[in-house]
Design a protein around this ligand. Structure first.
Ligand code: 1GP
Length: 249
């Protein structure tokens, strides 16, 4: 079964899916593997590896270390082409649709395409959209994003529908890692009504209650990263979020 098929099956069975984001820049590979294991025990459905950082030499080693301790699907969430490693199962092959830079629209993808093929990774085509979130985030900075205002859900819906019509398999609404405010419910509702492909929401989600609100608004997949780095009891935190979102629609 492909990673995309595994995700679709989880959505069918549980009505929601949770992915844990681990940024290789934030800790050594051993610690990252420990975190992944705890996230697995807490009930997460998969591990995303990546971030918007610039110090990403550890990406391959971190992915390898995580692979050794878990059977969960490992998905590269590329901050750039250097994030590509054969140790993962899949990669979100994404275009930052509201970037001002052609690099993030299609050049990085061209630079990375052969590496993805050689690595034998499953590419999951994904439309990545960055929303205003209260303060400037790293992804907005590095991605040169023309962030969509929080009170303009129709603009986000238009980008999301364009992603679907261009053949992308998933839409990711991103508030940015550590965002002050997650993507608002109204935006999620409008986007969900507009598209037929799965919707990921991430950035600034720190507890089960908020995650469940996003799912009820129409999100299919919740990504949490910062909370995983900050909590003193990772397994419990993940369990709180996973329990809150499963079968809640
Ligand atoms: C960032 O959406 C992800 O790309 C997760 O954000 O770190 O705020 O959980 P957080």
């Amino acid at each position: 079964m492909t990673v995309k098929e595994r995700i679709m099956k989880i959505l069918e069975e549980d009505g929601a899916c949770h992915l844990t984001l681990i940024d290789p820049e934030e800790q050594n590979p051993e610690k990252a593997a420990e975190m992944a294991k705890k996230a697995e025990k807490g009930g997460t459905d998969g591990i995303m590896i990546g971030g918007s950082g610039v110090d990403i030499d550890a990406s391959g080693d971190t992915t390898k270390a995580i692979k050794e301790v878990t059977d969960l699907p490992l998905i590269i969430f590329p901050g750039n082409t250097a994030s590509i490693t054969p140790h993962a199962d899949a990669i979100f092959f994404m275009s930052l649709l509201n970037s001002r830079s052609r690099y993030w629209l299609s050049m990085a993808q061209a630079f990375g395409s052969f590496s993805v093929k050689k690595a034998g990774l499953e590419p999951i085509p994904l439309g990545y959209i960055i929303l205003e979130s209260g303060r400037k985030t790293s992804v907005e900075f590095y991605g040169d994003a023309n962030v969509i205002p929080r009170d303009k859900p129709k603009i986000t819906a238009a980008f999301s529908l364009a992603a679907q019509y261009m053949g992308m398999k998933i839409v990711y609404l991103e508030a940015g890692s550590g965002a002050a405010e997650p993507v608002n419910d109204e935006t999620i509702k409008v986007v969900k009504k507009t598209i037929d492909i799965p919707l990921i929401v991430g950035g600034g989600i720190r507890d089960g209650e908020t995650a469940a609100k996003k799912i009820r608004a129409g999100a299919d997949i919740i990504v949490t990263g910062t909370v995983v780095e900050e909590t003193s009891d990772l397994e419990r935190k993940i369990r709180e979020i996973v329990t809150a979102i499963k079968n809640t629609k």
